[in-house]
Design a protein around this ligand. Sequence first.
Ligand code: PEP
Ligand code: MN
Length: 338
Amino acid sequence: MVIILKDNADPRQLEALKKWVETQNVHVHQSQGSHQTILGLVGDTVHIDIDMIKQLEIVEDVRRIQEPFKSANRKFHPLDTVIDVNGHLVGDGNLCVIAGPCSIESETQIMTVARSVKKSGASMLRGGAFKPRTSPYSFQGMRDEGIKLLLQAGKETGLPVVTEVMDISQLNLFAEVDVIQVGARNMQNFELLKELGHCNKPILLKRGLCATFQELLMSAEYILANGNDKVILCERGIRTFEDYTRNTLDISMIPAMKELSHLPVIIDPSHAAGMARFVAPLSRAAVAAGTDGLIIEVHNDPARARCDGPQSLTMEAFDHLMKDLTRFHELAKECKMK
Ligand code: PEP
Ligand code: MN
């Protein structure tokens, strides 16, 4: 349920209303827009008398929210959420590019890639230490040693680091990680999501292979409902009947999420395509559709990568793409304003 307040609502009456709502065992979230204040009520609101609230002097309107996702809903929070990661803003018209290898493989590898993507203008460094692999015989990641190397590369380059957690038991290793990634396969690991709701770090939540928009938003809701409001949604391709590409990039996720939610949306063209040569065109498509960012796999030697080599850009190709995207992003913003 949302309560839309009149302009210049008396602050004392507003406080009294909020206090009363809290006594109904419902949590209140106040959202201050440029010309509207909204109270979002989260919890069991069926017993709340809408007509009574509508009659209050400070209330413009009261509406029930039909969708099961509440805190993630734009109706609750009309303004876009902007997430600040050590001074790099995700949202607010910026194009945040996260780049790095699929997995951390050695000190030389992560350092070389980190320095290179930094020089090309990436905003953050990615690298997997815990890898969810389809086969138990594939490289599983460097685990705690990988996290240490990633943090070292982040410190040296000044880039915030993004890495995936697969299980609650690993979280103690993530204290210095800047953004925690939840992979597609873990999108509905509800116990993990609840735990991430209690940590005060941005969470990059990837869409599951077969998840609907609503299911993704319900997963985001688990994190938000447990107290963490810093969620970045990520489209990384879904399973369809098409098998020429690794997955099918669902570009409609961008306008759909902008409509349904206030959370920032980024696109992962690498896992969507599965082929390095498709990464640039898909990135441009995402920028044109209004993405808040991209997460791109880059390797110093893709042919020898221990994970996802075929979809990884060389450092040179990434540099080229960044130059292209900077121009493309300006153009996309201009077109949007017209
Ligand atoms: C990754 O980012 O390397 C990864 C495993 O991604 P996803 O969860 O989207 O497959
Ligand atoms: Mn990968």
